[in-house]
Write a protein that binds this ligand. Structure first.
Ligand code: ATP
Length: 317
């Protein structure tokens, strides 16, 4: 079975749970916890726990955060290909209020130095994978380089175009065999690249034909829009249905005893990539159903990487 290469970010998350988010000039008390984060690492953990062999390509500082990344990757059986950076390992300061709303400050640190040269140096590794999974918390030119190397080698590419404010180009999006924005990222990409103004809050309510038409403007390949508690919308190019019978369809979210939806998108992406690597010939809808199930399970405990369930497509079937 071929593996998944995840290219992306690692952060040390510092989380304060407070009654209310701190106002400018305020000093307040909160319950502190720390743990791993970064979309790249979260997705690597999800893909690993969903049964795939994983190599995580990232950049780490020579510090306690870097050591934590190595220790946690080893504990989950994730192979690290880490570029050594003179910057500190990435960090995130996260405040969460009693209603679950958050404010986040990211210190990209080492993540910002993940280089195109390092991608080129790892071309053989990327080229031997079944799936390359990437996000946009790393330099856009490095992600573009990784996607290009994978494409050239015939490796299936999955791009989670997150976060919404990350720089991107339509050329980068076109390198993704499967593009997986959430509603906010989808609306941002439409506005930035094809001049379509859609409010993120309105995306889930659009009829299937309209949503499909918008997806087609963004990509000639498959687009999977994640819709939170509503589920998922899938749109294929008519010529490339990836084993499905319909060019577009919805999959409703699975029922879940929701505790914390942080990282649900990362769970979905990791599980989707893992499933695609494990059964490349299965109909695409099977992978989507598994990822949808996996992501729902991830909402049933607190945290991001820590909340990724151990559940493979075989367990779910
Ligand atoms: P986050 O930024 O919190 O990681 P996201 O905004 O990128 O998440 P969402 O679209 O919110 O991603 O969620 C991804 C997927 O997780 C959904 O498509 C769905 O499969 C699952 N999911 C999210 N919320 C729920 C929920 N309340 N119940 C069941 N499944 C959910």
């Amino acid at each position: 079975m071929k593996s998944v290469v995840v290219a992306g970010s690692f952060n040390v998350d510092h989380v304060w749970r407070c009654d209310a988010l701190p106002a400018p000039g305020a000093t307040i008390a909160g319950r502190y916890s720390t743990g791993p984060g970064g979309k790249g690492f979260n997705q690597a953990v999800a893909a690993r726990r969903a049964g795939a062999g994983i190599t995580f390509v990232c950049a780490l500082g020579d510090d306690a955060g870097g050591a934590l990344a190595r220790q946690l990757a080893a504990a989950d059986g994730i192979v690290l290909a880490a570029e050594a950076s003179s910057e500190p390992t990435g960090t995130a300061g996260i405040y969460v209020d009693s209603r679950g709303r958050n404010s986040i400050v990211i210190g990209p640190g080492a993540n910002a130095s993940l280089s195109t040269g390092f991608m080129a140096a790892n071309a053989a590794l990327i080229g031997a994978a079944g799936v390359l999974l990437a996000q946009l918390e790393s330099p856009v030119e490095s992600i573009e380089a990784a996607l290009g190397i994978a494409r050239e080698a015939g490796v299936l590419t999955v791009l989670n175009a997150a976060p919404a404010n990350a720089p991107s180009t339509i050329g980068l999006l076109k390198l993704a065999d499967v593009l997986t924005p959430n509603e906010t990222e989808f609306a941002a990409l439409l506005g930035r690249h094809v001049g379509e103004r859609v409010e993120a809050d309105d995306v889930a309510a659009l009829d299937g034909a309209s949503l499909h038409a918008l997806c087609r403007k963004l990509s000639g390949n498959t687009v999977v829009v994640t819709l939170g508690a509503v589920g998922v919308f899938v749109s294929h190019d008519e010529e490339r249905l990836r084993g499905d019978s319909q060019p577009y369809y919805r999959v409703a979210a699975e029922a879940a005893q929701v505790v914390d939806t942080t990282g649900a998108g990362d769970a979905f992406n990791g599980a989707l990539a893992a499933s695609l690597a494990q059964a490349p010939d299965a109909a695409f809808i099977k992978h989507v159903r598994f990822a949808n199930q996996y992501a729902a399970r991830s909402t049933e405990s607190e945290g991001a990487a820590a909340a990724m369930p151990r559940m493979t497509p075989a367990d779910a079937a």
